[in-house]
Design a protein around this ligand. Sequence first.
Ligand SMILES: Cc1cc2nc3c(=O)[nH]c(=O)nc-3n(C[C@H](O)[C@H](O)[C@H](O)COP(=O)(O)O)c2cc1C
Length: 376
Amino acid sequence: MDSPTRREFLAAAAASAARRDRYVLFSPGHIAGLRLANRLVRTATAENAWRDGRITEEGLQLYRDLAAGGVGLIITGYMAVMAEGRSSDLQTRLWEDSHVPAVRGIARVVHETSKACKVIAQIAHTGMQAQVTEPVGPTETVWRKAKTKPRALTTKEVEAIVAAFAQTIRRAKEAGFDGIELHGAHGYLLSSFLSPYTNTRTDKYGGSLQKRVAIVREIVAQARPLVGSGFPIMIRINADDHVAGGIDINSLPELAQEMEKSGVQAVDLSGNNAAREKISAPEQESYYLKHAQAVRLKIPVISTGGNRSVERLEQAAKTGKPQFFGFARPFIREPDLPRRWREGRGAPEAACISCSRCMRGFGKGLPTRCRVNEEV
Ligand SMILES: Cc1cc2nc3c(=O)[nH]c(=O)nc-3n(C[C@H](O)[C@H](O)[C@H](O)COP(=O)(O)O)c2cc1C
């Protein structure tokens, strides 16, 4: 029989063999000048945590758990850039300077919990999917979850929205975030300006690809002098609008290049069918990965949607395309998934079964948490 010391030695050797320290996924990466400890990103996940001008304790705890769980970068849930265009009264808001102290709490708890973990604020205008304010868009074209025909914005109104985004970027920096992400996906306002399906405007904000991107170009140009060159500005866009005449895998590469030219420093790829349910086979996983592999950019790309298996993601990471992988639902279920995977504990698949009850709960105004065992 082995002596205790030999047994301990063998157990330690087995544990270290199971660790994935040498995986590309667990090597550092950069977004602009921001050093990230690894290639795993918690993509934006709205919290429903805004109450009476503050972030709830449950909302803050969610961020502490994520930071402790070993993820390299956390992107917050979407924050409203204007009162008109907020998704609900439970949404985190950053449309005026008085919101900064409360929102700073998120950046503070992340940085206090882990020096290695970075946190970026996602900022958004809900556009035609507005539920508590008037639905607005580039044109009157209805899509996705919009219930009523949006009102087409005037050129002056678009200019005011550009200014609101730029000021919100400034506030995000003042609130201690390491960067910002523009929400340009999922049919929200910027998404509807980028899409040829919804944006057939004839003013400076519509029509050709260059004009559809003008809104993003102007936001970045207005924000840059406010935050300096060292503050990362990234964008989330649809890799696929899932509608004929919209963005798809063929038109995406050119759009992505225009994004790079607009001055954003990373592109996070999602789509109008963002959170697919019942992912139960390998071929259903990582459903926007092929889109991420189709773009040719100098700036980093994040691929999100259905990332579930560490070994399959490592295969993709080894090719260098994309550099980063985003997760939402798996980290709601297991905020310590990065650490668990790295240490080689448990299954190489995430425990999340993609039931999206977290999402349904969110839609009903409940705090975002795993609800796999609840009827929602
Ligand atoms: C509860 C919940 C809230 C979400 N909130 C946001 C959000 O604020 N902004 C955003 O861009 N995406 C949001 N998403 C989408 C996720 O970032 C992600 O793209 C999607 O869930 C697919 O990734 P997954 O398969 O890892 O969950 C949300 C998803 C869930 C489940």
